[in-house]
Ligand binder design. Structure first.
Ligand code: 6GU
Length: 240
C-alpha cells in the first residue's frame, strides 16, 4: 500500500510516521508513505502557492498551477496512477465503509489544503474524491490525511499483529456496535471491581456479557448506529 501525501507542511507528518505500528508496517515493506511539498512546484522566485481570492474576502486560496502540477508529477512517479483524495470539509464524511473502500486501492494520493480552500479549477481538472473527517473545521487537511492513513493501514493484511483484531472493532466488518467495556489488572482499584463474569473463565457467558454491554453502550451513546441497521433482539427483549 503506497500513500503519497501532497502538502505545504510535510514536517507535520514526521512524528506520526515514526510511531510504532506505522513504523513497523513501513519497515516490513507493507506500507510506504511519501511526502511531497507542493511548494516545490511553485513557479515564481518567491515560491508562491497561495493568493488572495478573486472577488475579495478573507484568507488565501491554494493556487491552481503548483497544485495540479504537483499531483501530475507525483502520479507519474509510479506506473499505477493511484486514487486521488482531496481533504476538504466539503467532502463526504469518512466512515468505516469508506475506509474499507479506500483500502482496496494499491496507491492513494492525499491532497491537503490549507488557508480558505482550493482554487475551484483544481477540482475541475483533477476530479478528486473529496473527503471530510467530520463536521468541524481544521486548519488544513494534514490531520485528516493522517486519520485516513491510520484507519486504512489497519486493514492492510499483516499490519496488525493479530490478523483478526480489526474485524472485532466497532464499525468494522459486520459489527456496527460500540466496543464493550474492557478491564485488565488489578482486579480491584479504589473500590471498583472487575465484573465477576470476566474472571469466570466461562467463554460463553463472557461472550454474552460483552454482547449485552456493547448493545447497552450503543443504545446509550450512539442510538443513531441502531438506526442504520436494527439490532438483533435478545432473549431479554423478548421476555419483556
Ligand atoms: Cl478534510 N479539512 C479541513 N480543513 N477541515 C476539516 C476536514 C478536512 N475534515 C473535517 N474538518
Amino acid at each position: 500500500m503506497r500513500f503519497d501525501v501532497l502538502t505545504l507542511f510535510p514536517d507535520i507528518f514526521q512524528g506520526y510516521l515514526g510511531q510504532s505500528l506505522l513504523k513497523r508496517a513501513i519497515d516490513a515493506g507493507l506500507v510506504e508513505v511519501r511526502l511531497h511539498d507542493i511548494r516545490d512546484w511553485a513557479r515564481d522566485k518567491h515560491s508562491t502557492v497561495d493568493d488572495r481570492p478573486f472577488g475579495g474576502g478573507p484568507g488565501m486560496v491554494l493556487k491552481v498551477e503548483p497544485t495540479v502540477e504537483c499531483v501530475e508529477a507525483v502520479r507519474r512517479q509510479d506506473a499505477e496512477p493511484g486514487h486521488l483524495v482531496m481533504l476538504t470539509p466539503q467532502g463526504r464524511r469518512l466512515d468505516q465503509p469508506c475506509v474499507e473502500r479506500l483500502a482496496e486501492h494499491r496507491r492513494i494520493l492525499l491532497l491537503c489544503g490549507r488557508y480558505e480552500g482550493f482554487d475551484e479549477r483544481i477540482r475541475l481538472i483533477l476530479r478528486p474524491e473529496e473527503i471530510s473527517i467530520g463536521d468541524f473545521v481544521l486548519n488544513g487537511g494534514e490531520v485528516a490525511a493522517m486519520a485516513i492513513i491510520d484507519a486504512v493501514i489497519r486493514l492492510v493484511p499483516g499490519v496488525l499483529g493479530d490478523e483478526d483484531s480489526s474485524e472485532e472493532d466497532s464499525f468494522s466488518g459486520r459489527r456496527r456496535w460500540l466496543e464493550f467495556a474492557q478491564y485488565t489488572r488489578p482486579r480491584e482499584y479504589r473500590g471498583l471491581e472487575v465484573p465477576e463474569v470476566l474472571l469466570s473463565g466461562n467463554h460463553q457467558q463472557i461472550a454474552r456479557w460483552r454482547e449485552e454491554n456493547s448493545r447497552q453502550r450503543t443504545l446509550q451513546r450512539r442510538v443513531d448506529l441502531f438506526d442504520q441497521r436494527p439490532p438483533e433482539r435478545t432473549d431479554e427483549d423478548r421476555a419483556n
